[in-house]
Ligand binder design. Sequence first.
Ligand SMILES: *Cc1c(COP(=O)(O)O)cnc(C)c1O
Length: 406
Amino acid sequence: MNQQYYIQLEEEFGAHNYKPLDVVLARGERLWVWDVEGNKYMDCLSAYSAVNQGHCHPKIMQTMIEQAQKLTLTSRAFRNDQLGLFYKELCELTRSHKVLPMNSGAEAVETVIKAVRKWGYKVKGVPHDKAEIIVCENNFHGRTIAIIGFSTENQYRNGFGPFPPGFKIVPFGDATAIEQAITPHTVGVLLEPIQGEAGVIIPPSGYLKDVKAVCEKHDIVLILDEIQTGLGRTGKLLAEEHEDIEADVTVIGKALSGGFYPISAVLSNKEVLGVFMPGDHGSTFGGNPLACAVARTALKVLVEENMIDNSREMGEYFLSQLKTIQSPFIKEIRGKGLLIGVELLPEAGGARRFCEDLKTKGLLCKETHENVIRFAPPLVITKEEIDWAMDRIRPVLTQIPNKEFI
Ligand SMILES: *Cc1c(COP(=O)(O)O)cnc(C)c1O
């Protein structure tokens, strides 16, 4: 079957809430994927950093198959033999005290909002239903009602209200703005260490440290959404390590399963998660043995196969290579580890056409917002593979693209 057949099925029967590149993928291995017609591409998106370990990692696959043959779901009405081990290994790796497993990233963020609000009432003594959480402009934390309610992106919000109150929005990268927004009702600050969806926005150095100090001073919970920046993406296990801090609460997801299964987790260093009592919160699939087994192996290969160091080293190399491109279209190139954004000038006519052009040359990546191309390949990428990518990226970014995309 050719790709057009599958595209037409999606268009006819699916809701049109995405605008994908028209490439119909059928197989993947490491950072390579193949479409239904057998064409091969380098994946430079990694499913928004959910496939950090590379597509169909053989060890994760083996665990998935073995666990699927034993036990997949018990619900939390009963215990299972994977959950406790998953907790222990994840806590040891991230130096956390407690874990609460969920499925999607957005669900984990919702879980944090509940936990931190309850912590505010029970521990900090904030009056009932008055808790405030400070968030940042251009945030991305998922697509549920509460979360989009504090988005500053029109398209994420328009037509979906009303939204729950209790959030204050401040500029990203400015710790003083956070301090000024604090009231006696403030319970938490929620932010991304690097704003991925906003276009790989890296805050000034020292920002996280300053925010942490502000939070400590005012007895406020610092929550870092590391769903995209965590698990090796920026060259450290967690991006907070770049500034030598520890968030009170960390949210991870995406690469926690290496792309095999939806699993997310809330990690807490203070006793924030301790406020939950039986019946306060739950999820049918959260913490199921299949997810836990897969996540245990996904974490193991990330560490054992040196993917975090590779992300740092290859990220530096990729960034330095990109910075050698002389192009009239480029405004700025920035990145940390293998989370890299190439921001184009408005005159370039949008990032989308460059992504379309790269696709025809065998490299898949996606625009974020109008003008940024994000390069975030699986963390297994080699120097030779970066050179291969550069041989495609360089001409596309320096030549006037195909007319049909303009
Ligand atoms: C992807 C992402 C989410 C949402 O995760 P889902 O699994 O899509 O719900 C939240 N925060 C950040 C920073 C993300 O990148």
